[in-house]
Design a protein around this ligand. Structure first.
Ligand code: BES
Ligand code: ZN
Length: 619
C-alpha cells in the first residue's frame, strides 16, 4: 500500500502539467478554489501596492509589491508562476519564505512566515521573460512599428505570473502602482488613467474600487488618447486611433442604455485600449479600461457587440464576480445576455436577433464536439488548466438560460430580479450554488409554478440544451436561407443572389451555412463577392474555414496571410484545427505556424502547439 502511494506520488510529481488542486481548502464562505494555493479564509489581501520597472531589453517586470492584509495566520501563501523572488519583508523586518514545487498551470506556492502581527508583506521580485500573463512585442509587431509594446492578460490564472498575490476571484483589493517605463512610452492600467498625463516614463495609478486579481492589468506602448465623450475615450497607437474612435463612437450610448437597464456605472471612466493584433482575445473587461483586439476594426461598426460585451462585464463579472473558474458562466453567460440587451436598444431588435442566432449556431456546432462534462454550465475544472476547458458553453448556454428565465417570468419581473442581483452581490463573488439559492428566493418562490428547480438543474448540471431552450429566430436570416436555396438548386447564379441589403451578419449566416460545396461553387461565389479578399475578419474566418473544408485552393495564400497577421485565438485556433483535419493542409499549418509562432501570445502558442503537434527543436 505504502509502495503504491509512493509510486502514485512519483507519477503525479512527474506530470509537470498537472494543475491538480492544491488541497481544495474551503474559503471563508465555504467555496474551494481549486486554482489557487492561497488561503484567504486565514488572511486576505485588501490593498496591493506595486512599484515596477518595465524592462523591454530583458523582457521583465522588476520591483516589489506590498500586500496589505486583513486577518492573521502564522503563514501566508501566495500564488506565483515562474517569478524570481529576491526577498520578503514586513516593514523593516525580513521574513522567511520558500517556494513550493511547481504544479503546471498553478505555478508555485510562495510560503511566507508571518509570525506575530504582520499586517503587510512586501515581496521583491521579477517576472520571467516567458511569463504566461504578459506578451512582450517587438516594434514590428505593432501598428507604429517603431516602439516595443507590453500587455498583460491575467484572466483566468495568469496574474500570478507577473505579481505574487492571492490569485483567486474570491479576494478583492484596491490598488495603487508606480510604473517606470522608457520615457517615450505610456503606461495604462485597469485603474484611474489620466488622459492628460504627460509622457514622462513614470506613471502613477490609483484603483479605488476593489477588484479580483484577474482584473489586474497593464499595457505599455507608444499610446495616444482621443476622447469620445466626457467619460469615454480610446487609447491606441497613432495609426489606428482615428479609425477606432470612429468604429466605437457608440460607446457612450451603450453606457447610457446599460445604466438604464442594469443600474449606475460604478467605475468612473470607461476607456478602450486597442492592442496589437496578437492580443489573444476579442476583448478583456479590465475595469475602467477594456482591452480590445484590432481585428474588430471593420470600418463599418459591424463588430461592436464586442464593446457591448466588455462594457456589460462592468456589472456581470467586475461587480458580481464568479467565485471560481467552475462558475465562469456567471460572468460570461450573464454578460452575453446583457450584451444582447444593450445591442437590442442601441441597434434594434433585428440586429440583436441575428447576433443571437449566430451565437446559438456556434454553440450547437461546438456541443457536438465537446465531452459531456464540459457541456454543463457548472464546470468541474479541479486538476485542469482553466484555459484548456475554454468553450462557448458558459457564454451561449449561459445566455440561453437567462433568456429562458426572462421569457418564463416576463421581462419586467426578470429585469427587477437582475437589478436586485447586482445590488445584493455587488463587489462580491458568487458561486453557482449561491446563484441557485438566490434565484429560488427572489424569482422562483415569489412566482410559483413557472420554473422548477429541476428545470434549472437541467441547465446547470446536465449536458446539451434542455427542452426549455428558447431557440433564437431571425426573419432576416430566413430570407438569406431562401436566397441560398435558390442558388444551390440552380434557379439563380451566385451573382444573382439578392444581397443588396445584406449586412455583415447576413453574410456570416450565409457563409456559415454553406454545406457540401464543390470547389467550383466556392469559386463562383468568390468571383461574385470577393469573399477571399474580404477585409472583415469574422467573414474571413467563416469563409476560410469553408475553403479548407471544401479544398478551395485559391484561398490558400489568404489563409497564410491571415494566420500570420492575426493572433486572436477565436479566429485562428479553428483555422489551424481545420487545416490539420484536412487531408492536404498539415504541411501548410506546420510551416506557417513555425514562422508565426514567435509572434503569438504564450496562451495562443500553448493552444496551437497541441493542435499542430509542435515540438520545440532542442539545440
Ligand atoms: N473575459 C473574457 C475573456 C476571457 C475569458 C479571458 C476567460 C480568459 C478566460 C472576455 O470578456 C470575452 O468574453 N471575450 C470574448 C468576447 C466575445 C464573446 C464578444 C472574446 O474574446 O472573444
Ligand atoms: Zn466576456
Amino acid at each position: 500500500m505504502r509502495l503504491i502511494t509512493l509510486v502514485l506520488a512519483a507519477l503525479l510529481a512527474a506530470c509537470g502539467n498537472d494543475p491538480s488542486p492544491p488541497s481544495g481548502h474551503p474559503t471563508h464562505s465555504g467555496r474551494a478554489d481549486p486554482h489557487s494555493f492561497s488561503r484567504p479564509e486565514e488572511a486576505r489581501t485588501r490593498h496591493v501596492s506595486l512599484d515596477l520597472t518595465v524592462d523591454f531589453e530583458r523582457r521583465v517586470l522588476e520591483g516589489e509589491v506590498t500586500l496589505t492584509l486583513e486577518g492573521h495566520a502564522p503563514q501566508l501563501t501566495l500564488d506565483t508562476r515562474e517569478l524570481v523572488i529576491s526577498g520578503v519583508n514586513s516593514g523593516d523586518t525580513a521574513l522567511e519564505w520558500s517556494l513550493g514545487d511547481a504544479r503546471g498551470a498553478l505555478g508555485q506556492p510562495l510560503v511566507i512566515q508571518t509570525p506575530g502581527s504582520v499586517d503587510s508583506v512586501t515581496v521583491a521580485y521579477r517576472s520571467s521573460p516567458e511569463a504566461t500573463g504578459l506578451q512582450w512585442l517587438d516594434p514590428v509587431q505593432t501598428a507604429g512599428g517603431n516602439h516595443p509594446f507590453l500587455f498583460s492578460q491575467s484572466q483566468a490564472i495568469h496574474a500570478r505570473s507577473w505579481v505574487p498575490l492571492q490569485d483567486t476571484p474570491q479576494v478583492r483589493f484596491t490598488y495603487d502602482a508606480l510604473i517606470r517605463t522608457p520615457a517615450e512610452l505610456r503606461a495604462v492600467m485597469s485603474a484611474h488613467n489620466d488622459p492628460e498625463a504627460e509622457k514622462t516614463g513614470t506613471y502613477q495609478f490609483q484603483m479605488p474600487q476593489a477588484i479580483p486579481s484577474y482584473l489586474l492589468a497593464i499595457a505599455v506602448g507608444d499610446l495616444e488618447f482621443r476622447a469620445m465623450s466626457d467619460r469615454t475615450g480610446v487609447y491606441a497607437e497613432a495609426p489606428v486611433l482615428e479609425s477606432a474612435v470612429w468604429e466605437f463612437s457608440d460607446t457612450e450610448a451603450m453606457m447610457r442604455v446599460s445604466e438604464e437597464l442594469f443600474g449606475p456605472y460604478l467605475w468612473g471612466r470607461y476607456d478602450l485600449l486597442i492592442l496589437p493584433p496578437s492580443f489573444p482575445f476579442g476583448g478583456m473587461e479590465n475595469p475602467r479600461l477594456s482591452f480590445i483586439t484590432p481585428t474588430v476594426l471593420a470600418g463599418d461598426r459591424s463588430l461592436v457587440a464586442l464593446i457591448a460585451h466588455e462594457l456589460a462585464h462592468s456589472w456581470s463579472g467586475n461587480l458580481v464576480t464568479n467565485a471560481t473558474w467552475d462558475d465562469l458562466w456567471l460572468n460570461e453567460g450573464f454578460t452575453v445576455y446583457l450584451e444582447a440587451r444593450i445591442m437590442e436598444v442601441v441597434f434594434g431588435e433585428q440586429r440583436r436577433a441575428m447576433e443571437d442566432v449566430l451565437g446559438y449556431e456556434n454553440l450547437v456546432a461546438e456541443l457536438a464536439e465537446l465531452d459531456e462534462a464540459d457541456q454543463h454550465l457548472k464546470l468541474d475544472l479541479a486538476g485542469r488548466d482553466p484555459d484548456d476547458a475554454f468553450s462557448n458553453v458558459p457564454y451561449e448556454k449561459g445566455r440561453l438560460l437567462l433568456v429562458y428565465l426572462e421569457n418564463a417570468f416576463g421581462r419586467e419581473t426578470f429585469d427587477a430580479y437582475l437589478r436586485g442581483y447586482f445590488d445584493r452581490f455587488g463587489f462580491k463573488s458568487l458561486g453557482t450554488a449561491e446563484f441557485l439559492a438566490d434565484v429560488q428566493a427572489h424569482l422562483l418562490n415569489p412566482n410559483p409554478g413557472v420554473v422548477s428547480l429541476a428545470d434549472l438543474d437541467a441547465w446547470i448540471h446536465q449536458p446539451g440544451l434542455p427542452p426549455t431552450v428558447v431557440v433564437p429566430q431571425s426573419n432576416a436570416f430566413a430570407a438569406v436561407d431562401r436566397q441560398r436555396t435558390r442558388w444551390m438548386q440552380g434557379e439563380i447564379a451566385a451573382a444573382g443572389l439578392d444581397t443588396r441589403d445584406w449586412t455583415v451578419h447576413e453574410w456570416l449566416y450565409f457563409v456559415n451555412n454553406l454545406r457540401g460545396m464543390s470547389a467550383e461553387q466556392m469559386a463562383e461565389l468568390d468571383q461574385a463577392y470577393q469573399l477571399t479578399a474580404t477585409r472583415n475578419n469574422e467573414i474571413a474566418h467563416s469563409w476560410l474555414l469553408k475553403a479548407i473544408a471544401n479544398g478551395y485552393a485559391p484561398a490558400n495564400e489568404r489563409i497564410e496571410q491571415y494566420l500570420r497577421t492575426i493572433g486572436r485565438n477565436k479566429l485562428i485556433v479553428p483555422v489551424y484545427a481545420a487545416l490539420m483535419d484536412s487531408d492536404w493542409g498539415q504541411e501548410m499549418a506546420r510551416r506557417v505556424y513555425a514562422e508565426a509562432r514567435p509572434t503569438y501570445h504564450p496562451l495562443t502558442q500553448s493552444r496551437v502547439d497541441g493542435i499542430v503537434g509542435w515540438v520545440e527543436v532542442q539545440e
